[in-house]
Design a binder for this molecule. Sequence first.
Ligand SMILES: [Zn+2]
Ligand SMILES: [Zn+2]
Ligand SMILES: [Zn+2]
Ligand SMILES: [Zn+2]
Length: 467
Amino acid sequence: MQWMDLMQIAVSATNCARLYDLAQVRHTRYVQEWQFKTSPTTEEVWDSFVLLALLDDHQCHGSHLRIPHNNDQKDRYTLAMRARNEYIITHGQDELPHACCGCMRVFRMPDGTSRCTEVVVTDGVTVGRPCCAVPHCKNPLESQRHRFCSADPSHKQRETMCAVEGCDRPVVHDSHTGKYRKACADPIHLKMEDMKAASTRSGKSKTQRMKTAKLNNALTSAGVDEDMLPIQDLDEWYNHNPSTGNVRLVQATSTSLTGVTDCLPASSDPISQIPDTCQDKEESFKLKAMFFRQRTNNEQLFIRPCGVISGCGTMYHHEAVSNVLILFEKTFSLPRARKPQHLIYDSNCNALREVESRKLKFFDGMGMCVDAFHHKTKHKASDTFCQQHCDMKAFPELLDKQGEYYFNSSIAEQTNVWFGGFHNMCREMTPVKYDFFLDEMILRRNRVTVFNLQQNGKNPHHPRLSV
Ligand SMILES: [Zn+2]
Ligand SMILES: [Zn+2]
Ligand SMILES: [Zn+2]
Ligand SMILES: [Zn+2]
């Protein structure tokens, strides 16, 4: 086993370093005479991870790894990592052409002919990294203090504008701290910023946050910044009552990946717990603001029922079904890919409506069902469109002789439990390292899955495209 495989079970770089220390205890008598320290730092663990993954990749492709000798250590592997990321974007994961008895079924039609059906399941999982707050901007943030990228001047300029949505007045300078605020001179907007800062302080102390960030293997090029801006993890807004001047911070207790929020009132922050009278509710209106760094919303995984991951893509904002459809088409249009006969997705009734209204050719003739358990519990029996088109029971090729489901359609939930473990590990990663790390984890997971499928006689292979 390579130590890098430990990361597959979300062992952080810090813990990998600790493990190395523990393993070295037996050799302490040699330490004194050696000029090198035996305890690796978190940064060294990450550098080794990247270097070994790159060497592995080049060995597989029969090429030589070339890296510059004149750069900062933190930027040394960026180009090489980007090249691997781009290769995966254009060629797909190694296992993109995979097929086996667990995800492909050959069956006999009533007329005696043989047919083959393949299934892919998709779902989103909350794993993200900081990103520019302008929707769909893919540029990296220059530092952990920024909310907007610097590559686009019109985005960069928004750092100097009020963070409240719809307000474009310049931010004010605070003479006490000598720093710029993130709100304009409007007292309501300043109050909102104060409220946000107080709600964060009441959650965790700054030191605790820094500690957590370090433990989470903070991985931006700048390392951990004392003045780093926290990441906005929850959906939230401010209720403002103009007649009383009351402002209240409301945090959604949970946000589903499709953007549906459970709007329960109040955080634990005393300032935000100003009692809301009925009158308040009627007269108050909603304000939104971006005082913190935004992060990408989630990763969308395409998984075969046998557990092999075909691909993955970053959703910048809520997992809109249209973006999932675009990503699916992109992944399964790659040269080595085969379009499956069935895509199983929890929001397929909405996806299918979109396919029909926009006449998306790629999905012609494809089955688009909702996972059986989800269909039974979360989809209305009164929605006839959903009942007619998205029920797995309506497709005999998805059922075995006993009428049970042939494929494991809840594989996405199972895989996402594993993948979700990376959220803490990569929440401070730069875009290039983030993609590189997650691709590497998928690659390694697939190797293990394929090995197990082989052991279990499922015949994993890459069929020829003409089949
Ligand atoms: Zn398979
Ligand atoms: Zn931007
Ligand atoms: Zn303002
Ligand atoms: Zn439905």
